[in-house]
Design a protein around this ligand. Structure first.
Ligand SMILES: [Ca+2]
Ligand SMILES: [Ca+2]
Ligand SMILES: [Ca+2]
Ligand SMILES: [Ca+2]
Length: 309
């Protein structure tokens, strides 16, 4: 099986060129936009989302930014510069019932475009204080905002914001409450270290990037946009760099399948990854760099995150 994705250098050159060209185009006004998105018959450029970095997301555009028109062959101009996500939003911005398993290098919890996009795991959590439903605020989705005002919840990880990782630290009780084989899998899982904290602690940031592109909170005046603005994410850490261990990826994909994900964000490891069989104790990558091997001790590990730990 293949494992890691590395874009060939010549493709990067093209991408960098387009980014530079797109960077020349800056819309006159990027204000809060309650009218985003406009209708399918309208020009999406008339009502862009208000995210300040959206103007750099040439990969989403159904058009060529004006500043780049002269650099593109005329016959290619109708193709646009990207995947036409802006046109898709004019039909739908997605649905929070659609869950993406983000199998990558983990997550940074205080990313303002992702805080509300992480799907907490109901089976390991108490109802929000005083609520009869996990969607305590009735906005149609279950996320960290449903614990707003809950006297039990605070900034347990000390990163300055209330995020799903705080729920893990506060409500971890050392019990696999839902019996899915993972103890206190409250906000994703780290298959690299086999624990319940998928924090990107090596700051690889690849997982943050792909999670952002997939489902960043959009039109919120922060950062940029996601392809599916309303979809939710389960952060599943399966590596800490561009070199990974395929069994972790497989475990992450299986976790997603078994725990309600509709979309498996499968990181690929073409050309770099070494595929290891499940019984090997000495997995190796490429020219022979040994990887740490972690035996599965699912259900036997104490929770890495607990109150005061
Ligand atoms: Ca809610
Ligand atoms: Ca926090
Ligand atoms: Ca569990
Ligand atoms: Ca945003």
């Amino acid at each position: 099986m293949d494992t890691i994705t590395v874009m060939p250098l010549k493709r990067w050159r093209g991408a960098v060129l387009l980014i530079l060209v797109a960077a020349l185009w800056v819309p006159a006004v990027l204000a809060e936009n309650p009218d985003w998105p406009n209708g399918p018959a309208d020009d999406p450029r008339d009502e862009p989302p208000d995210d300040p970095d959206f103007w750099m997301e040439w990969a989403f555009f159904s058009y060529i930014p004006d500043a780049a028109i002269g650099t593109i062959r005329p016959e290619e101009i109708p193709l646009g510069s990207g995947i036409h996500a802006d046109a898709a939003w004019q039909v739908t911005t997605g649905d929070p019932s659609v869950v993406i398993a983000q199998t990558d290098t983990g997550i940074v919890w205080d990313n303002l475009d992702l805080i509300e996009k992480v799907l907490p795991h109901r089976g390991e959590l108490p109802l929000p204080e005083g609520a009869s439903d996990y969607d305590a605020n009735g906005d149609g989705r279950f996320n960290i905002r449903d614990y707003d005002g809950d006297s039990r919840v605070d900034d347990a990880n000390g990163n300055g914001v209330i995020d799903a990782n705080d729920l893990t630290r506060i409500f971890a009780d050392g019990v696999d409450n839902d019996g899915n084989g993972y103890i206190d899998d409250i906000a994703g899982w780290d298959f690299l270290w086999d624990d319940n904290d998928p924090t990107d602690d090596t700051k690889a940031r690849h997982g943050v990037g792909v999670g952002w592109w997939a489902a960043a909170q959009t039109n919120n005046g922060v950062g940029s946009a996601g392809v599916c603005p309303e979809c939710m994410l389960i952060p599943l850490r399966v590596g800490d760099d561009f070199v990974g261990y395929v069994n972790h990826l497989n475990e992450g994909l299986m976790y997603g399948l078994d725990n309600g994900a509709d979309i498996l964000f499968a990181r690929q490891f073409d050309d770099q990854l070494h595929v290891d069989d499940a019984g090997s104790h000495q997995p190796r990558v490429g020219a022979g760099h040994p990887l740490r091997h972690h035996s599965r001790r699912r259900g036997k590990l104490p929770p890495r995150l607990s109150r005061g730990a």
